[in-house]
Design a protein around this ligand. Structure first.
Ligand SMILES: Nc1ncnc2c1ncn2[C@@H]1O[C@H](COP(=O)(O)OP(=O)(O)O)[C@@H](O)[C@H]1O
Ligand SMILES: [Mg+2]
Length: 310
């Protein structure tokens, strides 16, 4: 119950139909609900796209017993086996088969735990299905891939625009439910920064709503961009890096945007197209990388190498 304090939990969709996903994959999940057939599955995609939500919603709608085991917390092979075995061998209250949701399976050791898991999938196959989720599917060993249907949650740029519009509606609905006033621009701003990490969008929204309204914020990085340009111009890698570390918690895309807004004052004119391409490239990658700091530092390094300053 206390979880309901967090909007991400309170407003977690309980049905596949209520999730915000690209049409293709959503229809595929809806078919599973309609036919009642759940294969072993591997959900892959960056954080906050709805992998865990879909796994729970499927079990909910099909009325199946399930447990969630988190691979990043329970990497120990004996604990894992003990948990699965205990769950798999107890009688299902619902009568149907049981589902083990193994969240963040890419944290399981690929030399020991993952191969063992492959064994468990076979051992318990008569009454258990497995849903594995991971951020990076290349961290999951091949024998597990081949025992599971792989479902890709990462979106294309084209789908992202559609999903962002749907999520905007959802944010407005949530804010209205919670009695929080808002500027549409402020929501759009959050979605532009963090989509498709919907968890992050909701968490930011809740954080901002503590003041009772969600409104447009002024650029928080502001004044210090002069320092950043100085480091870039003098190719001062060390100070550039500490600038990034000090400013990254604001948000990586605010850094890209801040450079973009100031480029006419700071760059030789002929370097501007190059800079725009570099920024756009890293801005895009930002949605998919695990380590935002590393991505921003790589971007700055590329700027240092290719751009001339006034
Ligand atoms: N596709 C989605 N549709 C609607 N809400 C979503 C979606 N993805 C994430 N959310 C919101 O973000 C929260 C976290 O999502 P979760 O399923 O745990 O993400 P993941 O497992 O992919 O990291 C959910 O509880 C929900 O509130
Ligand atoms: Mg998850």
């Amino acid at each position: 119950m206390s979880n309901d304090f967090l909007w991400v939990e309170k407003y977690r969709p309980k049905k596949v139909a209520d999730t915000i996903l690209p049409n293709g994959i959503k229809e595929t999940f809806q078919k599973l609900v309609d036919t009642g057939e759940l294969p072993n599955m591997l959900f892959t995609g960056t954080a906050g796209l709805g992998k865990t939500t879909v796994a729970k919603a499927l079990c909910n709608e099909l009325n199946l017993d399930y447990i969630i085991i988190n691979g990043s917390e329970e990497g120990n092979i004996d604990t894992l086996r003990g948990k699965i075995k205990q769950f798999a061998s107890s009688v299902s209250l619902q009568g149907g088969y049981k589902v083990v949701i193994l969240d963040e399976a890419d944290y399981l050791n690929p030399q020991s735990t993952q191969p063992a898991l492959r064994g468990f999938i076979e051992e318990f196959s008569n009454n258990c299905r497995f849903i594995l989720t991971c951020n990076f599917k290349n961290r999951i060993i091949e024998p597990l891939h081949s025992r599971c249907g792989v479902y890709e949650f990462n979106t294309t740029k084209k789908d992202l625009a559609l999903l962002a519009a749907q999520f905007m509606k959802r944010c407005k609905f949530i804010l209205e439910e919670e009695g929080v006033s808002y500027d549409e621009m402020a929501i759009a701003d959050l979605i532009m920064k963090f989509a498709p990490d919907w968890r992050r969008v909701l968490n930011e929204l809740q954080r901002q709503s503590i003041s009772g309204n969600v409104s447009v914020k002024v650029d928080q990085v502001g004044g210090s961009f002069d320092d950043l340009f100085k480091h870039l111009k003098t190719k001062d890698f060390k100070n550039m890096r500490s600038w990034v570390v000090n400013n990254i918690d604001t948000d990586a895309s605010a850094i890209f945007r801040g450079i973009y807004d100031r480029m006419y004052d700071k760059l030789n004119l002929q370097s501007i197209p190059q800079l725009v391409l570099i920024l756009a490239d890293y801005q895009y990658k930002n949605a998919f990388v695990a380590d935002h700091e590393l991505n921003v530092v790589a971007c700055m390094t590329e700027i240092m190498a290719n751009v001339e300053f006034a």
